[in-house]
Design a protein around this ligand. Structure first.
Ligand code: NAP
Length: 201
């Protein structure tokens, strides 16, 4: 797949490297596509750097991994470019608990948006293994077709399962779930080497 990543920081940069290694074509949509640091890093992993609108236009799938608070402006600035496009939204904290204004802005722009990769630390994307087990991922929102592609991309990173939490009405729950990880890892001082795995019988 041709995957465009907007926000190649901890989350976006890690996923870019993982997906490139899995054989996908990676485009980085950058605010400053001439920046030497990002060009050097992208060259190192075999990705191309373009302006954000160019990279979105060429994408089959888009990942948004910017600060949550910039997503609404970003979506608005892209006009109709996101319309009908599969967009994975990994962002958090665009608004208060129980809301998901970034995701709503992506939907308003017409994106087939799926909230995913938001509920665990970036280190768990870099290394999904805990002993003999692999970490689980969770998603919400988006069409069935979008979720099938997202599941493929989640598994390509090394996650054991990608659980579907349901439709757009569950996106705010998934943002809240991210706060559970943040609370345990940071405020309860368990450290960032923790992750969620579903148990069943
Ligand atoms: N860190 C985690 O463990 C973690 C886990 C789950 C979810 N998240 C969420 O994932 C998102 C990214 O987190 P991160 O830790 O990867 O952040 P980060 O390392 O700070 O990277 C943010 C990226 O967003 C870009 N960016 C900032 N403002 C932008 C704008 N207005 N338009 C386009 N690009 C912009 C930055 O590019 P420039 O170089 O141009 O500044 C940078 O590449 C956040 O919403 C965060 O809440 C993070």
């Amino acid at each position: 797949m041709t995957i465009t990543i907007i926000g190649a920081g901890n989350i976006g940069g890690t996923l870019a490297e993982k997906w490139k290694a899995a054989g996908h074509d990676i485009l980085i949509g950058a605010r400053n596509p001439g920046d030497e640091e990002i060009l050097k890093w992208a060259q190192g992993i075999g990705a191309r750097v373009l302006s954000i609108p160019e990279a979105v236009n060429k994408a089959e799938v888009v990942l948004i991994a910017t600060p949550g608070k910039v997503v609404a402006d970003l979506a608005a600035s892209l006009g109709t470019a996101l319309s009908g496009k599969l967009v994975m939204d990994a962002t958090n904290m665009a608004g208060p608990l129980g809301s998901a204004p970034g995701f709503e802005a992506l939907r308003k722009a017409g994106a087939d948006a799926v909230k995913v990769f938001n509920c665990t630390g970036w280190e768990n994307l870099a290394d999904t293994r805990y002993g003999n087990d692999a970490v689980d991922m969770f998603m919400a929102g988006g069409s069935a077709e979008a979720k099938a592609k997202v599941t493929e991309l989640v598994k390509a990173v090394g996650f054991a399962e990608c659980y579907d939490m349901g439709g757009e009405d569950k996106v705010a729950i998934l943002e809240g779930f991210a706060l559970v990880w943040i609370d345990l890892a940071i405020f309860q001082k368990m450290g960032r080497g923790i992750a969620f795995k579903l148990m069943r019988r």
